[in-house]
Design a protein around this ligand. Sequence first.
Ligand code: NAD
Length: 324
Amino acid sequence: MKIVISDYAWPNIDIEKEFFKSKSIDLDVANGKEDLINKIKDADGLLFCFEDINEDVLRSGEKLKAAQRYGIGVDNINIKVATELGIVVSNIPDYCIDEVSDHALSLLLAINRMILPDSRMVKLGKWNEVKKDNRVYRLKDATLGVIGFGRIGRRLSNKAKSLGLNVIAYDPYISENVHDGVNILSFEEVISSSDILSLHVPLTEETNHLISHKELANMKNDVILINVSRGGLIDEKALLDYLDNGRVRGVGLDVMEDHNPSSSNPLFKYENVIITPHTAFFSQESSEELQLRSCKQLLDVLNGNKPEFLINPDVLNHSEVNLN
Ligand code: NAD
């Protein structure tokens, strides 16, 4: 049996090496897309993180049976083609809920409290020159709107409530009016009544550019916008207009439309925009948990069992897929 790793986002793959060595399974690591297309040819299983697992990659896997995402989001694999080819796709949806909700909260607090710009002024010797003319919210009088009330949205909401924030949420897949002690409102209501908005939805055709001109126009003045989910959720061109006209108080991003932005990206020039490089998921604990659970789940599928977290259930109808 052979496993190929397309890419990973932690210092080493010692956990994976030890795991597969102990089962006498070959492990290969690709170096870029072309190499992946080559190495996947005779692989039984794939572990992938941020690499785009498109139709070409999947069709190159002549005996590929399972593809395991190192993570939660599965917007970077062509699920339709995987299903058609009988490739079982799985993820680990619950390994970093604390880290990502902490990250969203950190961005929220840093922007509201002016941490980065004020610290920069101090280091420039301008202790007495900070003007205090930006809107700074007293959190117990402010409203946080959570778009997408799943695992991360709910964890963030609990943390935010402990800081005194009033939390409201929008999630079209929740039918109750109140869920986990939070009022579930319409998209328009949440967009227009939040001082701070945080996005926690998967990137799909439906959620691409969920936040664009119309939505920004309906937000309150001085809104703080947080996105630690996926870059495509926000139309960055529209966002630039609302940063320029001063309607948006600040933005905290862990993800961008461009996955590898150059230093000339226009969003980088704003002092009220904080950007981290898709690190919200990371802690030593979350990363080690992700690595080991991904290996175990992939092997489980290759041994003929249904994964705990199956993304494409339709694959079970494929004539060559026969899982217990
Ligand atoms: P989840 O599946 O538990 O929750 C997502 C919620 O979004 C669900 O409740 C769903 O009903 C809701 N939803 C779906 N479509 C919607 C729409 N159109 N409008 C509003 N809500 C909608 O997922 P999660 O664990 O909370 O993760 C959310 C996202 O965070 C993931 O999809 C992933 O893209 C991202 N993520 C980012 C990092 C990072 O390191 N930055 C790490 C993990 C996850």
